[in-house]
Design a protein around this ligand. Structure first.
Ligand SMILES: Nc1ncnc2c1ncn2[C@@H]1O[C@H](COP(=O)(O)OP(=O)(O)O)[C@@H](O)[C@H]1O
Ligand SMILES: [Mg+2]
Length: 211
C-alpha cells in the first residue's frame, strides 16, 4: 500500500523542525515506517542547492532565479527520495514543501501564482500531500525564536518584517483555500501541547492500522 505524505509549513521559528521529529517518533512507535526529510534539500543534489538558497545575502538571487532553484531541488527530492519512499509504503514527513514556495516566492516576493502552479505541476506530476500541518505564530514570535536557534541559515530571516507578514497571510490563505488538505496548528502553546495536537490531528485525518 502507498504510504502517506505529510508536510509541515510555517514561517521562521514556528516550530516545524521541533515538531516533525516528535511526530516521526510517535508514528514509529505505532509501528509505521517513517521517512523524515526537508526542503529545500532532502536528497544529495537538492541539499547542494539548499546551500545556495539559505546562505548569503538576501539579494543574492532575484525571485525568478530563487524559484527555479527551488523547483530544481524539489524535482530531484521527489524523484530520488519522496516518491520511492511512498511506493514502499512509508510515511514521508517533510519539513517545508510547495506551500512554502507559494508563501515566500508568491505572496512574499509577488511572483505570479499561475507560474508557480505550472512549475509545481511540471516537477510533481500532480502529487499533493495527504496532509499539510501549518504551524501559525505571530511574525515577531517566530523571528525571536529563530534568532535563538543560532545557525547560519539566515538568508530569509534577514528580510523585512513586512515580508514575513505577507508570508504569514499567504500561508493563512493557502489553508483557507485547501481545507481538505491543510490544518492550522496554533504554534503559541508549549512544545508538548503542540506535539499532542499534531498527533491527534494526524491520527484523526489519516486513520491507519499500525502494529
Ligand atoms: N512551542 C514552542 N515554544 C517555545 N519555543 C519553541 C517552541 N517550539 C520551538 N521552539 C524553539 O524555537 C526555536 C525554533 O524552532 P524550530 O523548530 O527550529 O522552528 P522552525 O523549524 O519552524 O524554524 C528553537 O530554538 C526551538 O527550540
Ligand atoms: Mg526548521
Amino acid at each position: 500500500m502507498r504510504g502517506r505524505f505529510i508536510t509541515f509549513e510555517g514561517g521562521e521559528g514556528a516550530g516545524k523542525s521541533t515538531q516533525i521529529s516528535f511526530l516521526a517518533a510517535a508514528l514509529e512507535a505505532q509501528g509505521l515506517p517513517v521517512l523524515q526529510t526537508r526542503e529545500p534539500g532532502g536528497s544529495p543534489g537538492a541539499e547542494e542547492i539548499r546551500g545556495l538558497l539559505v546562505r548569503g545575502e538576501a539579494g543574492r538571487w532575484d525571485g525568478v532565479s530563487e524559484t527555479l532553484l527551488l523547483y530544481a531541488a524539489r524535482r530531484n527530492h521527489l524523484q530520488t527520495v519522496i516518491l520511492p519512499a511512498l511506493e514502499q509504503g512509508r510515511w514521508v514527513l517533510c519539513d517545508r514543501f510547495n506551500d512554502s514556495t507559494l508563501a515566500y516566492q508568491g505572496y512574499g516576493r509577488g511572483l505570479a501564482m499561475d507560474w508557480l502552479d505550472s512549475l509545481y505541476q511540471a516537477v510533481s506530476e500532480g502529487l499533493q500531500p495527504d496532509l499539510t500541518l501549518y504551524i501559525d505564530v505571530p511574525v515577531e514570535v517566530g523571528l525571536a525564536r529563530a534568532g535563538r536557534r543560532g545557525d547560519d541559515e539566515n538568508r530569509f530571516e534577514g528580510l523585512a518584517d513586512s515580508f514575513h507578514l505577507k508570508i504569514r497571510r499567504g500561508f493563512q490563505e493557502i489553508v483557507r483555500n485547501n481545507p481538505d488538505r491543510c490544518a492550522t496548528i496554533d504554534g503559541m502553546g508549549s512544545v508538548d501541547e503542540i506535539r499532542r495536537v499534531i498527533l491527534e490531528t494526524v491520527l484523526s485525518r489519516l486513520p491507519h492500522h499500525g502494529r
